[in-house]
Design a protein around this ligand. Structure first.
Ligand SMILES: Cc1cc2nc3c(=O)[nH]c(=O)nc-3n(C[C@H](O)[C@H](O)[C@H](O)COP(=O)(O)OP(=O)(O)OC[C@H]3O[C@@H](n4cnc5c(N)ncnc54)[C@H](O)[C@@H]3O)c2cc1C
Length: 442
């Protein structure tokens, strides 16, 4: 029998979404020997990357991952994590992260905004129907803003590619206009980091309260990796699962999801379906929700709408006339990620009140934008931001270290509350800050 492979490094980074990719890039730049272990594969050069088929292939349970309460969770498993499928929106961290929890990532976020040229899409790409919705909201006294993006048509040109997606891509950007965390993994590898894909970490090895490595499987074969610093960046679901297997039982007790629904209304004019997602947004920090322009992609719409009944599903034929507004709730920390894989997460009474508030407002805005009131309906619950499962202040200190020395978490799981806004910019900020801390620069 061949011996089980054993790898060694200064730092092991588990997961290659924005948290893992950022930390790995920064640490490898500083001369650390970094080993990146990623459960998924690099699908960027496959023919189905960016297609509906791709979106099914590289998401957990082919996107049919549901909580016991029926909330649908989309969790991409591939190099770059969920940035392979995100809408490319960027939002600064909420003030409460610094004020209530003492985590200041302002400097790192400002640096990232400059480095990635984060800004709203040019006016011509914001979409006619999306802009109509923002103007209707404005007429009612709600001042929507053009959503800053990790998307820049000039990035395609710099990569010698044609800007083909016109910023409408949601399932994976093939022309490079949208930043993907996998690019920073590429950089880490150029700096000397070692990358293992199809490497699923199952647990952290701990000796006398100190992390000494991890254990898992690469393409079905068991492996061990050794390092005195382990950064779990396996996402809001992945990291707590690993921690539970490692004996940290509080991981996954309670979570946030920035629980999301779409509100759709139909008019005789063109809708938001063929337009870039989330070009205009607005936040209600007093009640706790965010609104943004968005319609589900054409082939995914019927799969989602059928859960609301045959009427909404039949509206598929009028998909191009449909205007969509997304509600993202600042949901309570609630529910449970059980060690056997089951997930419990629904809406609390407070979440429901926020949702009703947001739905009333969406109806008014859509009617003002030209939708027939009778055509308006709300989609089933969805969670695209599994987070708050390994919270700062409870399981982690402000430097993201757990009760086990050398064991850090750096992903959406660390948020102590629901962000109810795009997460990626804040996660990058945390990754940069953690890397600086580990090399003694912060
Ligand atoms: C459809 C969609 C649209 C979104 N749009 C936006 C947006 O516009 N703006 C925004 O800011 N956010 C958006 N988000 C959310 C955002 O992409 C995620 O919150 C963010 O990527 C989370 O980063 P992360 O580092 O925590 O983990 P992830 O990005 O989830 O990455 C975790 C990585 O860990 C790997 N992994 C998991 N388990 C293991 C294991 N056991 N061993 C090894 N590797 C493992 C996974 O394969 C994955 O690559 C969107 C999400 C989705 C799904």
């Amino acid at each position: 029998m061949t011996a089980r492979p054993t790898y060694t490094a200064d730092v092991i980074v588990v997961g290659s979404g924005p948290g893992g990719a950022t930390a790995a890039r920064a640490l490898s730049r500083d001369g650390k020997k970094v080993l990146i272990l990623e459960r998924g594969r690099d699908y960027r050069d496959t023919v189905y990357y960016g297609t509906y088929l791709g979106a099914l292939i590289y998401t957990e349970k082919m996107s049919f991952l549901y909580t016991q309460e029926g909330l649908n969770i989309i969790a991409p498993i591939m190099l770059g994590g969920a940035t392979s499928m995100y809408c490319g929106c960027a939002a600064p961290p909420p003030a409460w992260l610094k004020d209530r929890y003492g985590v200041n990532i302002d400097r790192e976020v400002a640096e990232t905004i400059t480095e990635l040229n984060i800004q709203p899409l040019p006016e011509a790409l914001r979409g006619e129907a999306s802009t109509r919705i923002a103007q209707a909201a404005g007429a009612l006294g709600y001042d929507w803003y053009p959503q800053p993006k990790f998307m820049d048509p000039r990035r395609s040109v710099a990569l010698n590619k044609k800007f083909k997606c016109h910023a409408t891509t949601m399932l994976g950007c093939r022309c490079g206009a949208k930043w993907n965390a996998a690019e920073w993994v590429d950089e880490a590898v150029q700096n000397g980091a070692e990358l293992k894909t199809s490497a699923r970490v199952s647990r952290v090895l701990i000796e006398d309260g100190q992390a000494v490595g991890v254990e898992g499987h690469i393409r079905g074969r068991k492996f061990t990796a050794r390092a005195e610093t382990v950064i779990l960046a396996a996402g809001g679901l992945g990291s707590p699962r690993i921690l539970q297997n490692s004996g940290l039982k509080d991981a996954g007790v309670g979570m946030a999801m920035d629980t999301t629904v779409m509100v759709y209304g139909f008019s005789s004019q063109n809708g938001t379906g063929n337009e870039p997602p989330m070009t205009w947004s607005w936040e209600n920090d007093d009640v706790g929700y965010m609104l943004s322009t968005l319609t589900d992609p054409f082939l995914l719409y019927p799969m989602i709408a059928i859960r609301k009944g045959i009427g909404p599903a039949l509206r598929w034929a009028q998909w191009h006339k449909m205007m969509g507004v997304m509600i993202k709730l600042k949901d309570d920390i609630s529910g449970n990620l059980y060690p056997d894989g089951r997930i419990s997460k629904g809406l609390t009474a407070t979440d429901r009140e926020k949702q009703n508030h947001a739905y009333d407002l969406c109806q008014k805005i859509l009617v003002e934008a030209g939708a027939r009131r009778s055509s308006i309906f709300m989609s089933p619950l969805r969670g695209t931001h599994p987070s708050g499962t390994v919270r700062i202040g409870e399981m982690l200190d402000t430097n993201l270290q757990s009760e086990t020395r050398g064991l850090y978490v750096c992903d959406a799981g660390v948020f102590p509350e629901s962000l109810d806004r795009p997460t990626v910019l804040s996660i990058i900020g945390l990754g940069k800050r953690l890397a600086a801390h580990l090399v003694g620069k912060r």
